[in-house]
Design a protein around this ligand. Structure first.
Ligand code: PEP
Ligand code: MN
Length: 337
């Protein structure tokens, strides 16, 4: 259930409504809006009766929430959420670029890439220090040393760090460097990791599991929001289908669905979706026009020698050209939203 407070509802009336919800054993979530405050309710198993609130002053309407996801839904919060990452706003109608190598491999490789990413106008740098790999024999990241290199990027460029956190053990160390904690496709439903990340209150980029439905992605995000962390970016990174010509199938419709059904910003990751370097730019451009709030792109000084995901990584030249296209198309999209 969602309680819509009246336009002129006082602070005291909002507090009393929240207290009534707590007294019933449920959790109130205050959602300020430009016109009025809404209060979402979680923790109830069945439907609630509006009668329970009928006597409270300052309430305009009690609206049943028809979907299993509540706090992520536009029903509950019609206005888009803007996530502020050290002064850069994601979800305000602009299109952010999050670019960098798949893995942090060396200081030189990382700083050279950061230079190019910063020069392209991007405000976010990605790179994994802890890498989830299919094979235990593959390169699994520089770990703490990788975090130190990312910290150098953070302090030497106007770039915010997006890096993956794989487990609760390494969360404190990763969170010290990350401006945005990436929770990868393989961990989308790692609920203890979601809860621990939510409690830090830091922005989280939550990637869609490779076999997860869009609704399952929403329910995973619900874990973060239900603990009070609204700084969530949802990421479409391709799903498994019967197709074998591409690494995954880029689900562009997910970008549109996420925007329609939730208030959270959506990031498109065509690199992991298609898995082929030359196919990344057209799909990235399509995602911008489809309304993505950001695009994640893998770039490497020498893709052929990359220790992970070289086949989908762009060269500096390819990346710089794409970044300029993204800026052009983002300006067009902003006018046509
Ligand atoms: C990544 O971003 O490098 C990554 C491992 O992504 P995903 O979780 O989408 O596979
Ligand atoms: Mn990768």
């Amino acid at each position: 259930m969602l309680i819509l407070m009246a336009q002129g509802a006082t602070r005291d009336q909002i507090e009393k409504t929240c207290q009534r919800i707590r007294d019933m054993g449920f959790v109130p979530h205050e959602i300020p809006g430009s016109m009025r405050t809404a209060i979402g309710i979680t923790g109830n198993q069945g439907a609630l009766s509006p009668q329970a609130f009928a006597h409270l002053p300052g309430i305009s309407e009690c609206v049943p929430v028809s979907k299993p996801y509540k706090l992520v839904s536009r029903e509950v919060k019609p206005e888009p959420t803007v996530v502020d990452v050290r002064g850069v706003r994601v979800g305000d109608g602009s299109c952010s670029i999050i670019a960098g190598p798949c893995s942090v491999e060396t200081r030189d490789q990382t700083l050279k890439t950061a230079q190019v990413v910063a020069a392209s106008g991007a405000k976010f740098f990605r790179g994994g220090a802890f890498k989830p790999r299919t094979s235990p024999y593959a390169f699994r990241g520089l770990k703490e040393e990788g975090l130190r290199i990312l910290d150098d990027v953070k302090h030497n460029f106007d770039l915010r760090i997006v890096t993956e956190v794989m487990d609760t053990e390494t969360l404190p160390a990763v969170a010290e460097v990350a401006d945005v904690l990436q929770i990868g496709a393989r961990n989308m439903q790692n609920f203890s990791l979601l809860e621990a990340a939510a409690r830090l209150g830091k922005p989280v980029l939550l990637k869609r599991g490779m076999s997860a439905t869009i609704q399952e992605l929403f329910m995973a995000a619900e874990y973060l929001l239900s603990l009070g962390n609204y700084n969530v970016l949802l990421c479409e990174r391709g799903i498994r289908t019967f197709e074998t010509m591409t690494r995954n199938t880029f689900d562009l419709s997910a970008v549109v669905m996420i925007t329609h059904h939730t208030h959270l910003p959506v990031i498109a990751d065509p690199s992991h979706a298609v898995g082929i370097d030359w196919a990344v730019p057209p799909l990235a451009r399509a995602a911008v026009v489809a309304g993505a709030d950001g695009v994640m792109i893998e770039v490497h000084p020498d893709p052929d020698s990359a220790l992970s995901d070289g086949q989908q990584s762009l060269t500096f030249n390819e990346y710089s050209k794409l970044a300029a296209d993204i800026a052009d198309l983002a300006a067009w999209t902003a006018k046509h939203r």
